[in-house]
Design a protein around this ligand. Structure first.
Ligand code: FES
Ligand SMILES: [Fe+2]
Length: 437
Protein backbone atom coordinates (compact mmCIF):
# COMPACT_ATOMS: atom_id res chain seq x y z
CA UNK A 1 0.00 0.00 0.00
CA UNK A 2 1.52 3.31 -1.05
CA UNK A 3 1.25 6.42 1.09
CA UNK A 4 -0.40 9.59 -0.19
CA UNK A 5 3.01 11.20 -0.44
CA UNK A 6 4.26 8.37 -2.63
CA UNK A 7 1.14 8.58 -4.78
CA UNK A 8 1.79 12.28 -5.23
CA UNK A 9 5.30 11.45 -6.30
CA UNK A 10 7.11 13.24 -3.47
CA UNK A 11 10.21 11.47 -2.33
CA UNK A 12 10.28 13.46 0.86
CA UNK A 13 7.85 12.84 3.71
CA UNK A 14 6.78 16.01 5.56
CA UNK A 15 8.15 14.58 8.79
CA UNK A 16 11.55 14.39 7.13
CA UNK A 17 11.41 18.04 6.02
CA UNK A 18 12.31 19.37 9.46
CA UNK A 19 15.44 18.11 11.22
CA UNK A 20 16.00 18.94 14.86
CA UNK A 21 18.71 17.96 17.32
CA UNK A 22 19.55 19.69 20.57
CA UNK A 23 21.72 22.31 18.89
CA UNK A 24 20.68 22.23 15.24
CA UNK A 25 17.37 23.02 13.50
CA UNK A 26 17.00 22.71 9.74
CA UNK A 27 14.20 23.07 7.22
CA UNK A 28 14.44 21.45 3.81
CA UNK A 29 14.31 23.91 0.89
CA UNK A 30 11.53 21.85 -0.72
CA UNK A 31 9.19 23.08 2.02
CA UNK A 32 9.15 26.38 0.12
CA UNK A 33 9.43 25.16 -3.47
CA UNK A 34 7.70 21.81 -3.91
CA UNK A 35 4.36 22.04 -5.70
CA UNK A 36 2.99 18.85 -4.19
CA UNK A 37 3.91 19.82 -0.65
CA UNK A 38 2.09 23.09 -1.33
CA UNK A 39 -1.05 21.18 -2.33
CA UNK A 40 -0.75 19.14 0.82
CA UNK A 41 -0.46 22.36 2.87
CA UNK A 42 -3.75 23.60 1.39
CA UNK A 43 -5.37 20.38 2.61
CA UNK A 44 -3.67 19.77 5.94
CA UNK A 45 -2.76 23.27 7.16
CA UNK A 46 -5.35 25.54 5.56
CA UNK A 47 -7.89 22.70 5.80
CA UNK A 48 -7.31 21.82 9.47
CA UNK A 49 -6.34 25.00 11.32
CA UNK A 50 -8.10 28.27 12.14
CA UNK A 51 -7.74 30.84 9.37
CA UNK A 52 -8.37 34.57 9.78
CA UNK A 53 -11.03 35.77 7.33
CA UNK A 54 -11.95 39.27 8.51
CA UNK A 55 -12.84 41.67 11.29
CA UNK A 56 -16.40 42.42 12.34
CA UNK A 57 -15.82 46.17 11.90
CA UNK A 58 -15.51 45.50 8.15
CA UNK A 59 -19.16 44.40 8.07
CA UNK A 60 -20.89 46.54 10.71
CA UNK A 61 -24.39 46.67 9.14
CA UNK A 62 -26.91 44.18 7.81
CA UNK A 63 -26.08 43.41 4.18
CA UNK A 64 -22.37 44.27 4.52
CA UNK A 65 -20.02 41.66 3.11
CA UNK A 66 -16.38 41.04 2.36
CA UNK A 67 -14.64 38.28 0.45
CA UNK A 68 -11.59 36.43 1.64
CA UNK A 69 -9.82 33.07 1.37
CA UNK A 70 -9.19 29.97 3.44
CA UNK A 71 -6.03 28.85 1.69
CA UNK A 72 -7.14 28.83 -1.92
CA UNK A 73 -10.84 28.41 -1.15
CA UNK A 74 -12.71 31.67 -1.83
CA UNK A 75 -15.05 32.57 1.04
CA UNK A 76 -17.61 35.27 1.65
CA UNK A 77 -18.21 36.84 5.05
CA UNK A 78 -21.62 38.53 5.47
CA UNK A 79 -23.80 40.26 8.04
CA UNK A 80 -27.16 38.56 7.58
CA UNK A 81 -30.71 39.92 7.95
CA UNK A 82 -30.63 38.56 11.52
CA UNK A 83 -27.46 40.63 12.22
CA UNK A 84 -25.41 37.40 12.55
CA UNK A 85 -22.07 36.87 10.83
CA UNK A 86 -21.93 34.12 8.20
CA UNK A 87 -18.82 32.63 6.62
CA UNK A 88 -19.49 30.54 3.52
CA UNK A 89 -17.62 29.13 0.57
CA UNK A 90 -17.87 31.70 -2.22
CA UNK A 91 -18.81 29.12 -4.83
CA UNK A 92 -22.13 28.88 -6.63
CA UNK A 93 -23.78 25.52 -6.02
CA UNK A 94 -24.82 25.27 -9.67
CA UNK A 95 -21.65 24.97 -11.70
CA UNK A 96 -19.04 26.41 -9.42
CA UNK A 97 -18.59 30.09 -10.32
CA UNK A 98 -17.31 32.49 -7.71
CA UNK A 99 -20.56 34.02 -6.54
CA UNK A 100 -19.34 37.38 -5.25
CA UNK A 101 -16.34 38.97 -6.97
CA UNK A 102 -16.10 42.24 -5.02
CA UNK A 103 -13.61 42.68 -2.17
CA UNK A 104 -16.34 44.27 -0.03
CA UNK A 105 -19.68 46.01 -0.31
CA UNK A 106 -23.34 45.99 0.66
CA UNK A 107 -26.00 43.72 -0.82
CA UNK A 108 -29.58 42.56 -0.32
CA UNK A 109 -28.79 39.23 -2.01
CA UNK A 110 -26.15 37.73 -4.28
CA UNK A 111 -26.78 36.73 -7.89
CA UNK A 112 -24.38 34.46 -9.72
CA UNK A 113 -22.93 36.04 -12.82
CA UNK A 114 -23.08 32.80 -14.85
CA UNK A 115 -26.73 31.62 -14.92
CA UNK A 116 -28.26 33.96 -12.40
CA UNK A 117 -29.03 31.78 -9.34
CA UNK A 118 -29.84 34.00 -6.37
CA UNK A 119 -28.69 33.49 -2.76
CA UNK A 120 -29.67 35.19 0.48
CA UNK A 121 -27.16 36.90 2.80
CA UNK A 122 -27.02 33.74 4.93
CA UNK A 123 -26.33 31.57 1.88
CA UNK A 124 -29.84 30.14 1.37
CA UNK A 125 -30.72 29.55 -2.27
CA UNK A 126 -33.60 31.95 -2.98
CA UNK A 127 -34.24 31.33 -6.64
CA UNK A 128 -33.22 29.52 -9.81
CA UNK A 129 -33.50 31.66 -12.91
CA UNK A 130 -35.55 30.37 -15.89
CA UNK A 131 -36.86 27.69 -13.61
CA UNK A 132 -40.06 26.63 -15.33
CA UNK A 133 -39.66 23.68 -17.60
CA UNK A 134 -35.98 23.45 -16.82
CA UNK A 135 -35.11 22.30 -13.34
CA UNK A 136 -38.08 20.57 -11.68
CA UNK A 137 -40.65 22.93 -10.19
CA UNK A 138 -40.49 21.16 -6.86
CA UNK A 139 -36.70 21.16 -6.62
CA UNK A 140 -35.58 21.13 -2.98
CA UNK A 141 -33.69 24.40 -2.54
CA UNK A 142 -32.93 23.71 1.10
CA UNK A 143 -29.90 21.58 0.27
CA UNK A 144 -28.56 23.94 -2.38
CA UNK A 145 -27.45 26.92 -0.32
CA UNK A 146 -23.85 28.09 -0.16
CA UNK A 147 -21.73 25.69 1.86
CA UNK A 148 -21.09 27.08 5.35
CA UNK A 149 -17.53 26.98 6.67
CA UNK A 150 -17.85 24.20 9.30
CA UNK A 151 -16.51 26.17 12.26
CA UNK A 152 -16.47 29.94 12.77
CA UNK A 153 -15.19 31.85 15.79
CA UNK A 154 -15.58 35.56 16.42
CA UNK A 155 -12.93 36.28 19.01
CA UNK A 156 -13.31 39.87 20.21
CA UNK A 157 -14.17 40.97 16.66
CA UNK A 158 -11.58 38.88 14.82
CA UNK A 159 -13.32 36.28 12.67
CA UNK A 160 -11.65 32.92 12.06
CA UNK A 161 -12.95 30.00 10.04
CA UNK A 162 -11.92 26.35 10.17
CA UNK A 163 -12.68 23.78 7.48
CA UNK A 164 -12.29 20.86 9.88
CA UNK A 165 -15.56 20.27 11.80
CA UNK A 166 -13.69 18.19 14.38
CA UNK A 167 -10.84 20.64 15.02
CA UNK A 168 -10.22 21.84 18.56
CA UNK A 169 -11.89 25.15 19.54
CA UNK A 170 -10.20 28.39 18.48
CA UNK A 171 -9.28 29.28 22.07
CA UNK A 172 -7.64 25.91 22.63
CA UNK A 173 -5.84 26.34 19.33
CA UNK A 174 -4.62 29.80 20.35
CA UNK A 175 -3.47 28.50 23.74
CA UNK A 176 -0.89 30.56 25.59
CA UNK A 177 -0.70 33.07 22.73
CA UNK A 178 -4.13 34.43 23.77
CA UNK A 179 -2.72 36.88 26.32
CA UNK A 180 -0.61 38.51 23.61
CA UNK A 181 -3.59 38.95 21.30
CA UNK A 182 -5.45 40.46 24.26
CA UNK A 183 -2.59 42.92 24.82
CA UNK A 184 -3.07 44.24 21.28
CA UNK A 185 -6.82 44.58 21.69
CA UNK A 186 -6.69 45.98 25.23
CA UNK A 187 -4.63 48.94 24.04
CA UNK A 188 -8.08 50.36 23.42
CA UNK A 189 -9.72 51.36 26.72
CA UNK A 190 -12.86 49.47 25.63
CA UNK A 191 -10.88 46.60 24.12
CA UNK A 192 -11.95 47.22 20.54
CA UNK A 193 -10.21 47.88 17.25
CA UNK A 194 -11.70 49.16 14.01
CA UNK A 195 -10.52 48.19 10.52
CA UNK A 196 -12.69 50.76 8.75
CA UNK A 197 -9.99 51.85 6.29
CA UNK A 198 -9.94 48.66 4.21
CA UNK A 199 -6.65 47.09 3.17
CA UNK A 200 -3.75 47.68 0.88
CA UNK A 201 -2.57 44.60 -0.92
CA UNK A 202 0.77 43.53 -2.20
CA UNK A 203 1.93 40.39 -4.01
CA UNK A 204 5.35 38.81 -4.08
CA UNK A 205 6.88 35.98 -6.05
CA UNK A 206 7.74 33.77 -3.13
CA UNK A 207 6.30 31.18 -0.76
CA UNK A 208 3.72 32.26 1.84
CA UNK A 209 5.79 31.01 4.78
CA UNK A 210 8.47 33.65 4.23
CA UNK A 211 5.97 36.31 5.33
CA UNK A 212 4.70 34.23 8.27
CA UNK A 213 8.27 33.70 9.51
CA UNK A 214 9.26 37.32 8.95
CA UNK A 215 6.36 38.83 10.92
CA UNK A 216 8.10 37.77 14.15
CA UNK A 217 11.72 37.84 12.98
CA UNK A 218 13.85 40.04 15.21
CA UNK A 219 17.05 38.97 13.46
CA UNK A 220 16.69 40.70 10.07
CA UNK A 221 15.93 44.30 11.04
CA UNK A 222 19.44 45.64 11.32
CA UNK A 223 20.38 44.43 7.85
CA UNK A 224 17.17 44.66 5.79
CA UNK A 225 16.02 47.89 7.46
CA UNK A 226 19.40 49.49 8.18
CA UNK A 227 18.65 52.48 5.94
CA UNK A 228 15.40 53.10 7.80
CA UNK A 229 17.01 53.03 11.23
CA UNK A 230 19.77 55.35 10.05
CA UNK A 231 17.19 57.71 8.64
CA UNK A 232 15.17 57.94 11.84
CA UNK A 233 18.41 58.35 13.73
CA UNK A 234 19.32 61.44 11.74
CA UNK A 235 15.89 62.83 10.95
CA UNK A 236 14.49 62.02 14.38
CA UNK A 237 17.27 63.77 16.20
CA UNK A 238 16.76 66.89 14.10
CA UNK A 239 12.98 67.00 14.28
CA UNK A 240 12.46 65.40 17.68
CA UNK A 241 9.77 63.17 16.14
CA UNK A 242 10.50 59.50 16.04
CA UNK A 243 7.05 58.04 15.96
CA UNK A 244 7.11 54.57 17.44
CA UNK A 245 10.88 54.79 17.81
CA UNK A 246 11.01 57.49 20.42
CA UNK A 247 14.67 57.12 21.20
CA UNK A 248 16.49 58.43 18.18
CA UNK A 249 19.96 57.14 18.84
CA UNK A 250 20.59 54.32 16.34
CA UNK A 251 23.24 52.71 18.50
CA UNK A 252 20.91 52.74 21.47
CA UNK A 253 18.11 51.16 19.45
CA UNK A 254 20.41 48.35 18.31
CA UNK A 255 21.80 47.72 21.79
CA UNK A 256 18.43 47.97 23.44
CA UNK A 257 17.05 45.28 21.17
CA UNK A 258 18.91 42.68 23.25
CA UNK A 259 16.52 43.36 26.13
CA UNK A 260 13.44 42.06 24.34
CA UNK A 261 12.36 38.49 23.74
CA UNK A 262 10.97 36.13 21.18
CA UNK A 263 8.57 33.31 21.98
CA UNK A 264 7.21 30.25 20.26
CA UNK A 265 3.92 28.57 21.20
CA UNK A 266 2.25 25.26 20.56
CA UNK A 267 0.44 25.21 17.20
CA UNK A 268 3.03 27.50 15.63
CA UNK A 269 2.11 30.92 17.02
CA UNK A 270 4.91 33.28 18.01
CA UNK A 271 5.82 36.74 19.20
CA UNK A 272 8.68 39.17 18.92
CA UNK A 273 8.82 41.92 21.51
CA UNK A 274 11.08 44.92 21.91
CA UNK A 275 10.43 46.93 25.07
CA UNK A 276 10.51 50.69 25.35
CA UNK A 277 13.45 52.15 27.19
CA UNK A 278 12.69 53.87 30.49
CA UNK A 279 13.48 57.14 28.76
CA UNK A 280 10.99 56.39 26.02
CA UNK A 281 8.24 55.59 28.54
CA UNK A 282 9.00 58.81 30.38
CA UNK A 283 8.82 60.72 27.11
CA UNK A 284 5.42 59.14 26.37
CA UNK A 285 4.15 60.01 29.85
CA UNK A 286 5.14 63.63 29.43
CA UNK A 287 4.52 64.05 25.72
CA UNK A 288 1.49 64.63 23.51
CA UNK A 289 0.02 61.23 24.45
CA UNK A 290 0.23 61.67 28.21
CA UNK A 291 -3.56 61.53 28.52
CA UNK A 292 -3.73 58.15 26.77
CA UNK A 293 -0.84 56.66 28.80
CA UNK A 294 -2.43 57.83 32.05
CA UNK A 295 -5.78 56.28 31.17
CA UNK A 296 -4.09 53.02 30.20
CA UNK A 297 -2.12 52.93 33.47
CA UNK A 298 -5.29 53.45 35.46
CA UNK A 299 -7.24 50.84 33.54
CA UNK A 300 -4.65 48.10 33.12
CA UNK A 301 -2.12 48.81 35.88
CA UNK A 302 1.28 50.38 35.28
CA UNK A 303 3.19 47.23 34.39
CA UNK A 304 0.76 45.93 31.78
CA UNK A 305 0.13 49.44 30.41
CA UNK A 306 3.85 49.91 29.79
CA UNK A 307 4.05 46.48 28.14
CA UNK A 308 1.24 47.66 25.86
CA UNK A 309 3.44 50.52 24.68
CA UNK A 310 6.16 48.08 23.52
CA UNK A 311 6.71 47.02 19.96
CA UNK A 312 5.24 43.52 19.88
CA UNK A 313 4.38 41.44 16.84
CA UNK A 314 2.19 38.37 17.16
CA UNK A 315 1.95 35.68 14.50
CA UNK A 316 -1.15 33.50 14.70
CA UNK A 317 -0.37 30.37 12.71
CA UNK A 318 -0.67 30.25 9.76
CA UNK A 319 -2.01 33.43 8.17
CA UNK A 320 -2.45 36.39 10.55
CA UNK A 321 0.14 38.77 11.96
CA UNK A 322 -0.96 41.37 14.49
CA UNK A 323 1.22 44.39 15.23
CA UNK A 324 0.78 47.81 16.81
CA UNK A 325 -1.03 49.27 13.84
CA UNK A 326 -2.02 46.45 11.57
CA UNK A 327 -3.59 43.12 10.85
CA UNK A 328 -1.50 41.47 8.15
CA UNK A 329 -3.27 38.69 6.30
CA UNK A 330 -1.26 36.16 4.31
CA UNK A 331 -2.83 34.35 1.36
CA UNK A 332 -0.99 31.59 -0.46
CA UNK A 333 -1.72 31.89 -4.19
CA UNK A 334 0.69 29.22 -5.42
CA UNK A 335 3.89 27.65 -4.16
CA UNK A 336 5.85 30.72 -5.29
CA UNK A 337 3.27 33.49 -5.18
CA UNK A 338 1.67 35.13 -2.13
CA UNK A 339 -0.74 37.98 -1.55
CA UNK A 340 -0.49 40.05 1.61
CA UNK A 341 -3.35 42.32 2.73
CA UNK A 342 -2.51 44.90 5.35
CA UNK A 343 -5.29 46.50 7.37
CA UNK A 344 -4.41 49.51 9.48
CA UNK A 345 -6.68 49.60 12.51
CA UNK A 346 -7.79 52.35 14.86
CA UNK A 347 -7.94 51.79 18.59
CA UNK A 348 -11.46 52.68 19.65
CA UNK A 349 -12.00 55.46 22.17
CA UNK A 350 -8.47 56.76 22.37
CA UNK A 351 -7.59 60.42 21.74
CA UNK A 352 -7.53 61.21 18.00
CA UNK A 353 -3.94 62.33 18.16
CA UNK A 354 -2.90 58.87 19.40
CA UNK A 355 -4.50 57.12 16.43
CA UNK A 356 -2.91 59.75 14.15
CA UNK A 357 0.47 59.03 15.76
CA UNK A 358 -0.04 55.30 15.18
CA UNK A 359 -1.12 55.94 11.59
CA UNK A 360 1.96 58.04 10.85
CA UNK A 361 4.24 55.29 12.25
CA UNK A 362 2.39 52.77 10.10
CA UNK A 363 2.67 54.92 6.97
CA UNK A 364 6.36 55.45 7.54
CA UNK A 365 7.27 51.78 7.84
CA UNK A 366 4.48 49.65 6.38
CA UNK A 367 2.62 51.64 3.73
CA UNK A 368 3.11 50.97 -0.01
CA UNK A 369 5.67 53.78 -0.28
CA UNK A 370 7.22 53.26 3.14
CA UNK A 371 10.70 52.37 4.33
CA UNK A 372 10.06 48.89 5.73
CA UNK A 373 7.55 46.56 4.07
CA UNK A 374 8.76 47.00 0.47
CA UNK A 375 12.25 45.86 1.57
CA UNK A 376 10.82 42.76 3.28
CA UNK A 377 8.74 41.83 0.24
CA UNK A 378 11.82 42.07 -1.97
CA UNK A 379 13.66 39.72 0.37
CA UNK A 380 10.88 37.10 0.08
CA UNK A 381 11.28 37.02 -3.73
CA UNK A 382 15.07 36.89 -3.40
CA UNK A 383 14.69 33.91 -1.02
CA UNK A 384 12.59 32.07 -3.57
CA UNK A 385 15.20 32.68 -6.28
CA UNK A 386 18.00 31.53 -3.97
CA UNK A 387 16.18 28.27 -3.28
CA UNK A 388 16.33 27.39 -6.98
CA UNK A 389 19.90 26.30 -6.19
CA UNK A 390 18.45 23.02 -4.97
CA UNK A 391 21.80 21.33 -4.51
CA UNK A 392 22.00 23.06 -1.12
CA UNK A 393 19.32 21.07 0.60
CA UNK A 394 18.76 22.64 4.02
CA UNK A 395 18.01 26.08 5.53
CA UNK A 396 19.44 26.72 9.00
CA UNK A 397 17.21 28.09 11.78
CA UNK A 398 19.29 27.23 14.84
CA UNK A 399 19.94 30.69 16.25
CA UNK A 400 19.52 30.62 20.04
CA UNK A 401 18.41 26.98 20.17
CA UNK A 402 20.68 26.13 23.09
CA UNK A 403 19.59 29.10 25.20
CA UNK A 404 15.87 28.71 24.48
CA UNK A 405 13.83 28.13 27.65
CA UNK A 406 10.92 25.69 27.59
CA UNK A 407 8.19 25.93 30.24
CA UNK A 408 5.66 23.30 31.27
CA UNK A 409 2.99 24.79 28.97
CA UNK A 410 5.21 24.07 25.97
CA UNK A 411 6.08 27.78 25.55
CA UNK A 412 9.63 28.51 24.44
CA UNK A 413 11.32 31.84 25.11
CA UNK A 414 14.45 33.11 23.44
CA UNK A 415 16.37 36.31 22.94
CA UNK A 416 14.68 38.82 20.63
CA UNK A 417 16.93 37.98 17.70
CA UNK A 418 16.66 34.20 18.15
CA UNK A 419 14.83 32.01 15.68
CA UNK A 420 12.54 30.72 18.42
CA UNK A 421 9.20 31.72 16.78
CA UNK A 422 10.30 30.37 13.39
CA UNK A 423 11.15 26.99 14.93
CA UNK A 424 7.74 26.89 16.63
CA UNK A 425 6.17 27.64 13.25
CA UNK A 426 7.95 24.75 11.56
CA UNK A 427 7.29 22.30 14.40
CA UNK A 428 3.58 23.07 13.95
CA UNK A 429 3.94 22.81 10.17
CA UNK A 430 5.33 19.31 10.63
CA UNK A 431 2.60 18.42 13.13
CA UNK A 432 -0.27 19.43 10.87
CA UNK A 433 1.32 18.11 7.68
CA UNK A 434 1.64 14.67 9.22
CA UNK A 435 -1.67 14.78 11.08
CA UNK A 436 -4.08 12.78 8.98
CA UNK A 437 -7.47 12.72 10.65
S1 FES B 1 -22.69 28.65 -12.04
FE1 FES B 1 -23.85 29.97 -10.81
S2 FES B 1 -25.77 30.03 -11.73
FE2 FES B 1 -24.64 28.65 -12.97
FE1 LIG C 1 11.11 43.60 8.15
Amino acid sequence: MTTLIEQLGINLEPNECIKETKDDFRVNGKVYTNQLLFQLEMDRIFGQTWIFVGHESEIPEIGDFKTSYIGRRPVIVTRGHDNQIYVMLNRCRHRGSVLCRDAKGKAKFFQCIYHGWVYDLNGDLLGISKHKGGYPDDIDKSGLGLMAVPQVCNYRGLIFGCMDPDADSFLNYLGEAKSFLDIHLDRSPIGKINCKYGAHRTEYLGNWKFQSENAVDGYHGDTVHESFFKLIDEFGNKSGQHGAYTQGDFKEIIEHRTTGRSMGFKNGHGIWESPMTEGAILAMKNGPHAEYVKELEELRGEKLAHQMLNSMNLMIFPNLAVAHGQLRVIRPVSVDKTEVSIHFYDLEQVPDNYNEFRMSGYQRFFGPAAFGSPDDVEIFSINQTGLQAEEVEWLILSRGLQREKLDNQGVRTGDPTDETPQRAFHRAWKHFMTNVS
